[in-house]
Design a protein around this ligand. Structure first.
Ligand code: NOJ
Length: 558
């Protein structure tokens, strides 16, 4: 059996690699290392597996890859529980393997972005172990957020703050104190008012920048600064612990999200990132709405912030147009470049999500095994293809999640016995969690774990994955993979400027904009076919019908 991925050699080195602004309109491919490719056959993806498959990314035509965490971790939260920020998990490889990966990526013209997780460490981190051993009031405890409990014997948590994953955000330790964990109990929050914490992350930024990484994705960027002044404040209701509740607070006053002081940290980091040539880029993961989010993307801070409003928008022309316009405006005002993302390792894959009726509770849908409502996979794929061409035509950077180039749907029917996401247990088995978008990739149509590795995969792949495999799509005209390849090739040629102009006379349900004279994008989200504007049709997400643009289709026109 030939391997379609490693056979491809038609890659063009990126000659603009010294351009300090390379990231402003880059297409970045997110690799979730555990699920990408498994070279040593232990069922878990690894760095050597990624290196072997880098040709896939080069042939796809992306500019960069972002690696979700590969650091030593007990995987209590898929690696976002980091035990050592400056090493590689032995199950995933070694620092030498990382260097080999980065060298090969650079040889192929691909930039490398790593994930930085500064809000919390793993409870296995040496600092947390020291904090437990050192006792109340010690300098080691001050690196985290330890407090005495309330109640006669300190038996109640210090505040009513809730964890994102469910339940109290406080965990008691044997000597009676409590520590804060906004995520899983295995992820104690760091105290960013502690100078040693700040200094250590500067060292980590330099460590990876010195190894040649081109940028950083910053996890939970909006939570580092916290109001820890005594007495700690209760929020009053469990839902007020969520980012969704930020609008209930005057801007910058929530006790742990999006506080104004957080920006000092990024201004400090920017000095370090700018001391490299070319400067290292950074992108904030900040679940904060609108103009407040773009503050993280100011040029003297991180430069970019993920645009989750775009991801959360429904398949609706008016809503999308509003989000696109607002996003471009606020990015422009902040001096940042806009970002667009449809899928990542935390959300239902968009091939499935875009088919769910507005207002569907994703969790209820996952608990139904993807049956209530039933999702038509081929229709979902049609929408996803249209959404992709729309996204790739927008000014700014697009972040693509591994497997979306294959059109992978969410694996909604994972049996609960195999679930690994801490959300499942921490919510008392109420929320099914994010495993359905983390199922290992299919590379070949047959073989153990469809070419993912020599053994099985750490999450079971459904039999339908065979038809989505790279091998099934490589060279097949009209396949999702070939659509991405063609679109990315064309995009490189057409890219110019960072603005767009909407057409005036658009029929309802249609998005129509021009990037510049040579590139127009029309998406039909209505139920009826529409006439296309004059011009040469460069690419469509589905065939035209009688020369018209059918529903759920995008066309690029010159
Ligand atoms: C955001 C990451 O994307 C997610 O996977 C993780 O669980 C949380 N941050 C906590 O680190």
């Amino acid at each position: 059996m030939t391997d379609p991925v490693t056979d491809r050699t038609d890659t063009t080195p990126d000659l603009s690699s010294r351009d300090p602004n390379w990231w402003r309109q880059a297409v970045v491919y997110q690799v979730y290392p555990r699920s990408f490719a498994d070279a040593d056959g232990d069922g878990l993806g690894d760095l050597k597996g990624i290196t072997r498959r880098l040709n896939h990314l080069a042939a796809l035509g992306v500019d960069a890859l972002w690696l979700s965490p590969f650091y030593p971790s007990e995987l209590a939260d898929g690696g976002y529980d980091v035990a050592d920020y400056r090493d590689v998990d032995p199950r995933l490889g070694s620092l030498d393997d990382f260097d080999a990966l980065a060298a090969e990526a650079h040889r192929l013209g691909l930039k490398v972005i790593v994930d930085l997780v500064p809000n919390h460490t793993s409870h296995q981190h040496v600092w947390f172990q020291e904090a437990l051993a050192s006792g109340p009031g010690s300098p080691a405890r001050d690196r985290y957020v330890f407090r005495d409990g309330r109640g006669t014997h300190g038996e109640l948590p210090p505040t009513d703050w809730q964890s994102v994953f469910g339940g109290s955000a406080w965990q008691r330790v044997p000597d009676g104190q409590w520590y804060l964990h906004l995520f899983a109990p295995q992820q104690p929050d760091l105290n960013w008012a502690n100078e040693e914490v700040r200094a250590d992350f500067r060292t980590t930024l330099r460590f990876w920048s010195d190894r040649g990484v081109d940028g950083f994705r910053v996890d939970v960027a909006h939570a580092l600064a916290k109001d820890l002044s005594e007495p700690l404040r209760d929020l009053g209701a469990p839902e007020l612990s969520s980012e969704d509740a930020l609008s209930h607070f005057p801007p910058g006053t929530h006790p742990f999200y999006d506080r104004d002081e957080v920006h000092e940290i990024y201004r400090d980091w920017r000095k370090i990132l700018d001391s490299y040539r070319p400067p290292r880029m950074a992108v904030a993961e900040a679940w904060v709405q609108g103009a407040r989010r773009t503050l993280y993307a100011r040029p003297d801070e991180l430069g970019q912030a993920f645009n989750f409003e775009y991801l959360q928008a429904g398949w609706d022309a008016d809503e999308l147009r509003q989000v696109i316009t607002d996003s471009l405006d606020s990015a422009h005002q902040a001096g940042a470049s806009a970002t667009w993302v449809l899928s990542n390792h935390d959300v239902v894959r968009h091939t499935s999500r875009l088919m769910l009726p507005p207002g569907t509770d994703d969790n209820a849908w996952l608990l139904s095994g993807g049956h209530a409502p039933e999702v038509d996979e081929s229709h979902g794929l049609r929408r996803a293809r249209a959404a992709t061409l729309l996204m790739l035509a927008l000014p700014g950077s697009s972040y693509v999640y591994q497997g979306e180039e294959l059109g992978l749907p969410e694996v909604a029917d994972l049996p609960v016995e195999v679930l690994q996401d801490p959300i499942w247990e921490q919510t008392g088995r109420v929320r099914k969690g994010r495993d359905g978008c983390r199922v290992p990739l299919p590379w070949t149509t047959t073989g153990p774990s469809y070419g993912f590795g020599a053994a099985g995969a750490w999450l079971p792949q459904p039999p339908s994955f065979a038809s989505y495999a790279v091998e099934a799509q490589d060279g097949v005209e009209g396949s999702p993979l070939e659509l991405y390849r063609t679109a990315l090739r064309l995009r490189r040629k057409l890219l110019e400027g960072e603005s767009l102009a909407w057409a005036d006379d658009t029929p309802p349900g249609v998005l129509d904009f021009t990037r510049h004279d040579g590139w127009r994008c029309v998406t039909n989200l209505s139920d009826a076919a529409v006439r296309l504007p004059a011009g040469e049709v460069l690419l469509t997400s589905a065939p035209l019908e009688d020369g018209q643009l059918p529903p759920d289709t995008t066309a690029w026109i010159a």
